[in-house]
Structures are given as C-alpha cells and as structure tokens.
Design a protein around this ligand. Structure first.
Ligand SMILES: C[S@@+](CC[C@H](N)C(=O)[O-])C[C@H]1O[C@@H](n2cnc3c(N)ncnc32)[C@H](O)[C@@H]1O
Length: 199
C-alpha cells in the first residue's frame, strides 16, 4: 500500500499539485467526463487546492472555479486555466451560500472532497462524513444548474446506502466510484451524480 501512496504522492509533487488527492478527481473525470471545457465548478473542501487547480485546467479560460474551505488556500492558479476564486467559509453555515451566490448564482458541476477530522472511530467518522455529504446534496439542490453533475467523497458505513438513495432522487444516474489512487483499505468512496433533475 505504501508503494501506491508513494507513487501518487511523487506524481503530484512532480506535476506541482499540492496534494495527491488530485488523482482521485483526474481518474474519475477521465472515465466519466463530468466536467467539460467552459464549465462553472464549485469545489467544496478545496484546501490545499489540487482539485480546484485541476478543474480550472479542464474548464479552461472560459470556465470558472469557486473553491470553498474553512482553511486558507495558498495555491496559485496556473496559466491556461480558468479564474479560481477561493472563499474561506464553513459549508455548514447558511452565510456560505449567500457568499457563493454573490460570485455566481448557479454552477454546472459541484465537486466535494470534504473530510471531517478523523478520530479513528469508524462509526463516528462515518457519521461526521454523512453530515457533510448530506449538506453537499442540499447545496447541490440550491446551486446546481439543471442537468448539472456532482462528485462527492463519502466514508462508507451503515448510512451510506441511504445517502446514495437520496442522491438518486436528485440525479438521473448515480454510481459509486473508487479510484485506484484511493487506498484500498480506506472506507472512502466517491458518489457520482450525473444529470441534476432540478429543484
Ligand atoms: C481532503 S481535504 C481536500 C483536498 C483537496 N480536494 C485538494 O485536492 O487539495 C478536505 C478539506 O475539507 C475541509 N473541510 C472539512 N469540513 C469543512 C467544512 N465544514 N467547511 C469547509 N471546509 C471543510 C478541510 O478543511 C480540508 O481542507
């Protein structure tokens, strides 16, 4: 397992991304094409910035990425990529949506790599993750454009099937994705929702 971690860590370093997690987005995107050129992307839990940087390259100069995190992001956008606007906010607070809407009323894609502070207690970590992912679904309902897409990290556990069912009510197609760069022993998976049905 260490070998896998080292491979993606080194690859991220070589390609100047601040985190190896960029490959959990890249792999899924190569296969499922849920972000396209010119798209507007909302990236929740964006620090230290790898997903936002990668998404900005995919959408290009005509697109836009808005990244939100409780922590300050220090990454610099790359040439050829879209504008990236970083917002320092807690996604659980209602003010966040107000601030995001000041930039853009709605987005074509919502991505989330939000992670709670893990405690090592599987049940507690799963429950914290479920609070975050349910909030991302609520935000998707408010902020996604019709036919928009959603890609969100979750820690599996007893409530996970119910969460997938809830996502299934909002999107035409929903599936669970486990990229190779996500460690096999980790309970982390990604829920992909394609085709937002609208409010
Ligand atoms: C795994 S990191 C994201 C890595 C990022 N996708 C990248 O590629 O650089 C998870 C992030 O979720 C953020 N986070 C957790 N809870 C949050 C909340 N309630 N509001 C905003 N951000 C939160 C953390 O601060 C952390 O930076």
């Amino acid at each position: 397992m260490r070998k896998v971690k080292d491979f993606y860590y080194k690859k991220a370093k070589k390609n100047k991304y601040p985190a190896r997690s960029v490959y959990k987005l890249e792999e899924a995107l190569n296969k499922h094409k849920f972000i396209r050129r010119g798209d507007s992307v909302l990236d929740l839990g964006c620090c230290p910035g790898s997903w936002s940087l990668y998404a900005s390259e995919v959408v290009g100069e005509k697109g836009i990425v808005v990244g939100v995190d409780i922590q300050e992001v220090e990454a610099s956008p790359r040439s050829g990529g879209s504008e990236i606007i970083w917002l320092r906010h807690n996604i659980m607070k209602p003010e966040m949506i107000v601030e995001v809407r000041k930039i853009r009323p709605a987005f074509r894609v919502l991505i989330s790599d939000l992670a709670p502070r893990t405690t090592g207690n599987r049940w507690a970590d799963h429950q914290q993750s479920m609070i975050l992912v349910r909030q991302t679904l609520a935000l998707a309902s408010e902020l996604l454009l019709p036919k928009g897409n959603y890609y969100c990290k979750a820690f599996q556990g007893e409530d996970y099937p119910e969460f997938v069912k809830e996502a299934g009510e909002l999107f035409d197609k929903v599936k669970t994705v486990k990229p190779k760069s996500s460690r096999v022993e980790s309970r982390e998976v990604f829920v992909l929702g394609m085709g937002f049905r609208g409010k």
